[in-house]
Ligand binder design. Structure first.
Ligand code: UZR
Ligand code: MG
Length: 233
């Protein structure tokens, strides 16, 4: 390998994908499927981990925060950490405890990888984040399906009571979805109908795999292309 080849390999930027959509749309399922199929080249960054640290508030105050509003997230930290990963630097990713509504004490050490998947309701909301993303995906699932999944998750997995989940849904989740989440659909390159749409997920995986194998070949190395990467006719 010549020094120029080495430089190019080391400066290869990661391929960043954003996966947005309403609560219960299937964002996590889509990104997990991509990550599990493609393997360790993919790192998942859940937007939920970037909820503001509200440990200075008491539990009641924390429980009444509007977690579906963009202000609930620490965008600056996310921008900084996403940028670091794209620059090939590792990060200490925060973690979030949904039962206590607080940031956990321990961070996760995340090494840079070839593919980064940012996943969360407002992944396609912030201008600076949008610019860092190479592929923007919106998972579009009917609201009735989403609320049923949300009830199942919050009541069964997060030990919340049904009444609280319904109140939260009608009070903040639904209005904030309509005001902030749904409009980000226009920022998407691709819209996936239903998270579990196998064909769409397969196409996404194919795209990721194509990016991965493409990385090792510069445009000038491809047969039939000249120096500028233009097709030779
Ligand atoms: P997904 N959320 C909580 O329920 N509790 C918290 O402490 C922090 C967030 C919810 C948040 C949002 N809203 O709808 C959801 N509320 O997590 C986003 N209310 O996560 O995309 O996995 O559904
Ligand atoms: Mg999720």
């Amino acid at each position: 390998m010549s020094p120029t080849d080495l430089d190019r390999t080391m400066s290869i930027p990661s391929f960043a994908i954003g996966i947005a959509g309403g609560t219960g749309a299937g964002k996590t399922t889509v990104s997990r499927t991509v990550a599990e199929t493609v393997g360790e080249a993919v790192t998942r960054i859940p937007l939920d981990n970037y909820y503001e640290d509200l440990s200075h508030l008491n539990y009641e105050e924390r429980a009444s925060v509007n977690y579906d509003h963009p202000n609930a997230f620490e965008w600056e930290l996310l921008r900084e950490q996403l940028n670091s990963l794209l620059m090939g630097q590792s990060i200490e990713m925060p973690q979030y405890d949904f039962e206590r509504h607080v940031r956990m004490d321990e961070c996760i050490h995340v090494e840079p990888s070839d593919v980064i998947v940012l996943e969360g309701i407002l992944s396609l909301h912030d201008e600076a984040i949008l610019e860092m993303l190479d592929l923007r995906v919106y998972v579009m699932t009917d609201a009735d399906v989403r609320i049923l999944r949300r009830i199942e998750r919050d009541v069964v997995e997060r030990d919340r009571d049904l009444e609280g989940v319904i109140d939260q849904y009608l009070g903040t989740v639904k209005p904030m979805h309509e005001q902030f989440v749904e409009p980000t659909k226009k920022n998407a390159d691709v819209i996936i109908p239903e998270g579990a749409n196998r064909m769409a997920v397969d196409l996404l995986i194919e795209k990721v795999q194509a990016e991965l194998s493409g990385e090792r070949v510069g445009p000038e190395d491809e047969p039939g292309r000249d120096e500028a990467g233009e097709l030779e006719l």
